[in-house]
Design a protein around this ligand. Structure first.
Ligand code: PMP
Length: 399
């Protein structure tokens, strides 16, 4: 018999499974709102002009493709730190910040998880309820027990702040707390900055280990504004980890470009942490890719390209906002009585629309509109051509 005879079929990824179904759907006006990708008004994944310029320059320079250092390109890592903490960050000046280029936000979470497992073998990980569907699986794969803290309140379409805070306050010391620093996936619901201040104090008081995940910097209110929570935590003076991603903000999904950043107590501590983190990376994939690292680094470090990038990012952000507004307006225009104004308060690519699993199912079977069964829709997949169709269909399903 074959070695693999007894291998069981794993369940397919719920969201990627939805894509497969969408691709074979024969509805003429089908719309895929299940994805986690930004599409432009023509329904295409944009290739940013800033990226294109940096890529052309790189090809033109006929750059050799040697190995990068294990922790990646220094100019890239410095660029990441500046984006997260600000160019004038005293922590950077003190040499306490360590960044390793990683294979997307996912790769950053994974090397962070492996490093933490070594450091805190007894700790549990807590994630928000709900959270990005890969958080639990990823930390469980790294041999952590994963539990949740309250987050979303379906009754208010908002944050269950008191329950969240009480849960964090009661966690044992050194529990690893995964927090979405902006544009929460899947709900779109973020705490206010005042609430964040209380969350940060609770984390510090209870001696928890914050692991901030920021995959959508620039999609909320702006690059600097969206880093406010990272900077708030950094100023607490406690050790922390940050996973960040350029998949969305550079529209470079397939290039696997992200970073893990750690804030240590001192420069010496940082050097020792780096040496351990390098072992984790070395035994996983050795070193990160040159292409994406170089391209992003040259955009971050070339004033003209940086200016172009921030313009293009603002365009993406503003288009998503406009789609939120149009969705709410069009639902009203189609006679929907329920109040959908909460969609306007949500931030980032996603909205927990409040649609039930049955309604989501009806959207798919009757209209060829795909959403996640939780009711999560990707607002960044709406456009001027499909918004009327989607709003009409939702109105019918609610009707
Ligand atoms: N964290 C969150 C909250 C995400 O939504 C995502 C991606 N959808 C990631 C991490 C992973 O990002 P990447 O695609 O860069 O691996």
């Amino acid at each position: 018999t074959s070695l693999f005879e007894a291998v069981e079929l794993a369940p397919r990824d719920p969201i990627l499974g939805l894509n497969e179904q969408y691709n074979t759907d024969t509805h003429t006006h089908k719309v895929n709102l299940g994805v986690g990708v930004y599409y432009d008004d023509d329904g295409r994944i944009p290739l940013l002009k800033a990226v294109r310029k940096a890529e052309l320059a790189r090809v033109e320079a006929a750059a050799p493709r040697g190995y990068l250092p294990i922790e990646g390109l220094a100019s890239y890592n410095n660029g990441v730190q500046t984006l997260l903490l600000g160019a004038d960050s005293p922590l950077i000046a003190e040499g306490r910040v360590l960044t390793a280029q990683a294979l997307g936000g996912t790769g950053a979470l994974k090397i962070g998880a492996d490093f933490l497992k070594q450091l805190l073998p007894q700790s549990k990980v807590v994630i928000s309820n709900p959270s990005w569907e890969n958080h639990r699986a990823l930390f469980e794969r790294a041999n952590f027990t994963v539990e949740t803290y309250p987050y979303y309140d379906a009754a208010t379409h908002g944050l269950d702040f008191n329950a969240m805070l009480a849960a964090l306050e009661s966690l044992p010391a050194k529990t690893i707390v995964v927090l979405h620093a902006c544009c929460h996936n899947p709900t779109g619901v973020d705490p206010s900055i005042e609430q964040w201040q209380q969350i940060a104090q609770a984390v510090k008081q209870a001696d928890l280990v914050p692991f901030l995940d920021i995959a959508y910097q620039g999609f909320g209110d702006g690059l600097t504004e969206d880093a406010a929570v990272v900077r708030l935590f950094a100023n607490l003076g406690i050790a922390m980890l940050i996973s960040s991603s350029f998949s969305k903000s550079f529209s470079l999904y397939g290039e696997r470009v992200g970073a893990l950043t750690l804030i240590a107590g001192s420069q010496d501590e940082k050097s020792r942490v780096l040496s351990q983190l390098k072992r984790v990376i070395r035994t996983n994939y050795s070193n990160p890719p040159t292409h994406s690292g170089t391209v992003v680094s040259s955009v971050l470090n070339t004033p003209e390209l940086y200016a172009l990038w921030t313009e293009e990012l603002a365009e993406m952000r503003n288009r998503i906002r406009a789609m939120r507004q149009q969705l709410v307006d069009n639902l009203k225009a189609n006679g929907v009585k329920q109040n959908f104004d909460f969609v306007l308060a949500q931030r980032g690519m996603f909205s927990y629309s409040g649609l039930t699993a049955d309604q989501v199912e009806k959207l798919r079977t009757d209209h060829g509109i795909y959403a996640v069964s939780s009711g999560r829709i990707c607002v960044a997949a709406l456009n001027s051509k499909n918004i009327d169709y989607v709003a009409q269909a939702i109105a019918k399903v609610l009707g």
